[in-house]
Design a protein around this ligand. Structure first.
Ligand code: 13P
Length: 254
């Protein structure tokens, strides 16, 4: 279950840790709670049709003491066999100019994709969670040369959910490499989701729940765009209409 709520009660709610506490946040007051939420999110991907086996990876920004860092799923371990103790913490460190890689803390190896998780948190302060999956419809589209070049165009207004007039596709690079991380950062500049050529997709968000919901939305867009392509040449919304949708999305919340 995602983010379990406390049992209903008439009593005043307990005081919660302030968001900027040295460790913890309003959403995940302790690292244990953060680990449970991260594992729940990773485990939910298969049931949502986003992933299978040990493919994909999920992370959550997590400060420890004075150090900015992240919790990430371990490498090559199917999520159903993964426990909270298998998750790996690593610090976010400056990596320009050949600086040493961050030293992970955990008894497992961090996801082989720790580089793009790390590098996104380093340059995108608003990003709190990242979901990477080999979602089948996203992955199938990301194998088409036209999509690799132009991404998913504005065939539907919900394309704006990824933050722009289209959904970009990062060029192919070998998994786990710095080249792939560099491509991901460029494809996600000013955006919240992208495809990865011959690989899959990434969604980021202000919470695990938001990143997972966006991943589901992108997989729906990819599936629907694939259906439209099978029927003919989809028409696309003009740029000024997508700009109107993007402006409305800035204010779209319950
Ligand atoms: P990890 O098991 O190392 O996270 O790798 C899975 C994956 O999807 C690589 O892109």
């Amino acid at each position: 279950m995602m983010n379990p709520l406390p049992p209903a009660s008439d009593a005043a709610p307990p005081a919660r840790a302030p968001r900027d506490a040295v460790t913890g946040s309003l959403e995940h007051p302790t690292e244990d709670a953060a680990r449970v939420a991260l594992l729940d999110t990773a485990g939910a991907m298969a049931g949502l049709g986003l992933n299978h086996g040990s493919a994909g990876n999920v992370s959550l920004r997590w400060h420890r003491g004075g150090s900015d860092g992240l919790l990430v799923t371990p490498s090559a371990l199917p999520y159903e066999r993964c426990t909270v103790d298998d998750l790996v913490w690593m610090p976010i460190v400056p990596r320009a100019g050949g600086a040493a890689d961050p030293v992970p803390d955990g008894h497992r190896r961090p996801s082989s994709e720790w580089r793009f998780h790390h590098d996104l948190y380093a340059v995108r302060p608003e990003v709190q969670a990242i979901v990477h999956a080999h979602a089948p419809h996203c992955t199938a589209l990301a194998c088409l040369p036209a999509v690799q070049q132009a991404g998913i165009p504005a065939f539907h207004y919900m394309v704006a959910a990824a933050g722009g007039r289209d959904v970009r596709c990062a060029p192919y690079a070998t998994f786990g490499t710095q080249a792939l991380s560099d491509h991901v950062l460029a494809a996600l500049e000013g955006r919240r989701a992208c495809l990865l050529a011959h690989h899959g997709m990434i969604a980021v968000g202000a919470s695990l729940e938001a990143a997972l919901a966006l991943a589901v939305e992108l997989e729906w867009l990819a599936r629907t765009y694939g259906l439209a392509l099978g029927l003919g040449e989809p028409a696309c919304l003009p740029a000024d209409e997508m700009d109107r949708v993007l402006a409305k999305f800035a204010d779209y919340r319950p």
